[in-house]
Each structure stands twice: as C-alpha cells, then as structure tokens.
Design a binder for this molecule. Sequence first.
Ligand code: ADP
Ligand code: ZN
Length: 569
Amino acid sequence: FEEISPQFKSQLQSSLHQHFGHNSFREGQLQIIHSVLQNRDACAFWATGAGKSLTYQLPPLHLNQVGVIITPLVSLMMDQVAKLNARGIAATYLGSAQRDGSVEGRVFSGEYRLVYVTPEKLVGGTFLERLSRMHDGGGRGRVCIFAVDESHCVSEWGHDFRPEFLKIGSAIREQKSNLASVPILALTATAVPRVQDDILRNLHMKLENTTIVKKSFDRPNLKIEIKRKPKNGALAALAVVVKELFNAEGRDTAKSTIVYCATRKEVDDVTREMVASLAHMLSDNRNMPFDRAHTIASQRIKPYHAGLSTREEAHLSFLVGKTPVIVATVAFGMGIDKPDIRRVVHWGPPKTVEEYYQQMGRASRDGLPGEAIMYCDLPDFAKYKNEFYLKSLKGDARKATIESMDALREFCMSDDCCRRGSLMRFFDEEPSFGKWCGTCDICLFREVNGEELERDFAFDGARVLLAAVVLCNGQAWSTIESVVAGKAVDSYRYSPRSDDEIMQLRKFIANELTRMKKKRSSTYLKELIDPLVSKGLLAREIKQLNNKYKSSFVIYKTVSSKTASAFSK
Ligand code: ADP
Ligand code: ZN
C-alpha cells in the first residue's frame, strides 16, 4: 500500500468521528477510503459485518461531494437511507420504488451526499448523462465514487448473477465526460477467486491501479451446527426456539432468529406449528384464553415470503424487535439491515455453499456471538438438482452452481471436517487456526468425546502442565515434571493457595492424566511441550486455566513467569 500520511489519516479520522461517531477505522477501511480519495478503483472483498458500507459512505461526506451506490435491492437501500437520514446525512434512493417524484430533481441539484440506485436506474434512461452534467459543473455536484455493492452479481460464476450488472462498468467508462474516470469501488461478502477476477474485469476496473483489500471470510463469532432433521418434524427441532420465546417475558430477552425454509408452503406450515405451540404454552401456563394466547404468539413469530401481503409489516416488526422470530424463504435476506440477529436456522439446506454462507452470515453482524444451525438429510440435496432450478443456467454459471451444490452436500454430510475450516477453504482461504476451529459442532464433539487427535492431546496436555505449574508454585522444574508425569500429584503443596483451590487443581490434574493415559503412552510429556513452545499455544492455555479457576489474575502472572523460565532452561 501507498503510505497514508499521518495528517491525511487524522483528517479522515475526524470525519469518521463527526459523521458516524466511531473512534477508529477497522482493518482495511482506511486503505479503501484512501484509494478512492486518490481517484483509484478499489475492491473490498470482506465478510459480512466487516464494515464495508463505511468505505463508500465516508468519501462523499469527507469531500462534501456525491457518492452513487449501486445495489440490487431496494429494501436494502431503504434501510440504509433511513439510517443515514437518522444521522442527519443527506441520502436518498432512486428506483421504481421511489414514490416521491421530486427526489430525482433534488438529486441533480446536488442536494444529497449519498444516492442509492438500482443497476437498471443507473444504466437506463438519462441518469448518467444528467449526473455527468452535474459532475462537470463541479462543487457539491461532483461525483467522487461509484460503489457497486453485492458486486458478485456481475459474475456468471457467482451465485446470484444478474445480467444488468454487466452493463454498469461500460456505462460508466463510456461516458463522454469526466464522469468516466470516477473511481469504482466493488464490494462483496461472497466471492471465490474466479468471481473476484470477474468483478475486476466486468466492472472495467483499472487493473494495475486498483487497490484490492481482501479480508478473511471467516466468521469466528458464529457457532456453526449441522444436524439431521428429527423424525417428528420441524417443530421438534424448533422447540427450543419456541420455549425461549415463552420464557422471554419482555421483548428484549428473546433471541432474534431467522428460520429459513425452502418453500412458501413450508414457511406457512412451520409458522403455523410454532405459533400454535407457543399459544398452547401461553394459555396452559399463564392461564390465558387460547384466542388471546394465539394473538400474542402470532406477534412473536411471523412468516415472510413473496406471496404474503403482510411481509413488509413482518419485516418491520422484526427490525424493531417486536417479532423476534421470522420464518422465511430466501426472499427474506439480502436487504435486512439488522446486525443483532443472533441465530439463523435452516430447516433444510439452501442450494449452494455461497447461498448458505450469505444466509447464515446474517447472524451477529455486530461481532457478538451468534449461532447458525442447519437441519438437513441427504435427500434434501437431490431435490435441487433438477431442471426447475437449473434450467435458466447455462455454461459456466451452470457448472459453478452444480459444483457448489455438491460442495454444500459434502459440507453438510461429512462428520469429520471442521465446518468453519471447510467454508473458508471453499473460498480458497487457509484457516489460521489450522485443522480445527474449536467452535463448530464437529470440533466441540471431538473435544467432548476426547478423540485421539493431536490437537486434543496437546490441548489437554497443556492444561495439565499449567495446572501443575500452578500447583507447584515456586518449585523447581523437575518437581513440576514429576507432577505432570502423574508421579506425585498428591504430595505437593507448595502453592500459597487455599485448600479448595489446591484440591481442585489436584483433582483436575489426576482426572486429566487418567483420561490422557487412556489415549497415549506415558511418554506424552516431551511430546506436548514441543508444540506448546513452538506454536506459542501457551498463552492461550493459560487463559483457559485462568477461566477455569477464576481465582485471579495472579494465576496468569505466576504461570507465565514460571513457565517462561522453565521453558527457557
Ligand atoms: P458490511 O457492509 O461489511 O456487512 P456494515 O458496513 O454493515 O458491514 O458494518 C457492520 C457494523 O459495523 C455496523 O453496525 C457498523 O456501524 C459497524 N462499523 C463499521 N465500521 C466501524 C468502525 N470503524 N468502528 C465501529 N463500528 C463500525
Ligand atoms: Zn470447527
């Protein structure tokens, strides 16, 4: 990257604070914004929730010029515009849904800093031409950025190819005005490498001079679980969700949840069952007439699909938290701007890995912990592979879709691959955590069942080692060694700790040792120390121990200095 001067940086930071109230940039944001301000094209290939919107919202505000954002979804535009307006930022959208006829004129008189448009609006009619007149007129009417959100739609390899996206790049570049050189910023949260290539090419980006910032597509805050469908149906699977709604007295404690179903009929059926179940709970336990209980229940769980006239109301009610659970088809999604959705449940799989990744990715975009749970069986995957779903797809798009369908089946049906790792590898990324993430259902199962695997072994071993260090506080390494070897767990009491703590430590060490010895020979000590030192796992294990014993940060300090000196010998 080109160096960003400290002065420039601090100017941008104060803009950031002034317009959005944030104190610092997230990783990558500054590079993208800097690039745009230097008149260079840019790409942000970042996971959902990474903070892409800010990269196109800030430059126009900073320069007091105009940003044009092209996005396929009107609902998304409306959400974003409403949020920006609430911050006092002049933003609007244009498209078939815009009912206010005066907006367009006001756009061209430079009244808005941010203008959201559909690709149809951008390339059709006289939009760009009028925009260029305003641009060359200068001042507040200068356009400083074209941002193409959901830019994977430009690729036939992508999971949501939209032909009108193909016209965006040429329409901008072929303007006979200075508008043609306005930087284009492409953003997406779902793009395998060949889709990324397509984005650059199809949007006519200036290749050698484009700033590309890729960030990991990993979503470490999401706990991924894939389960088989219970025999007695969706309600059995979703009983916890209903129970939670029942327990949550106020609206704040219920987890915001999307339940995805494959068809409208399924949406209707699942909603009906869940509502009835909640209504029964309410009327039985709260001594409420069933009718009234049913009315309340239908406020808490609502259906959403294209065939329902009530869908916008359901969407709104979900956004404000009045309806914590929404049961929906894929129609509910791309435009939902709610960062605190805590759980996405799939009742049956979506079609492709990309679709799955996008949908589950709607959980916890604010970075707090969230869950993604899918229920599926093998036959669910066969049903998508027919002409009904594939007929409109030709050539590369068809091939890519079938590949991704197969990959999703593999992903769901395997029971020995870390889910997070598999997803990342699908996007051609090597996970930094190695083979096991430690948070998905597969990884957790392995931990609970203590399978004979390297990571578990080193992990358990490390905890024993550290517990021993704590127990033998102040003792020579050889003493620690004999405790770890299981020779003398009971006889050491040199640690200035309470009896309780020492009991706990002893019990912990003894139990772990028994467990480990079942798995491995007694030569484990040497084996476990090496990876500990070389991979710097120690700090993490210490933290674990710390959590387990909750005694105080003293543990941390003691253990770190002890182990550090022990290992340096
Ligand atoms: P994306 O478009 O990549 O899915 P968003 O732009 O919606 O992500 O950002 C996700 C959340 O992160 C939003 O709630 C946003 O306000 C917040 N956010 C973005 N940038 C910053 C920042 N620099 N500091 C603090 N919060 C930020
Ligand atoms: Zn995992």
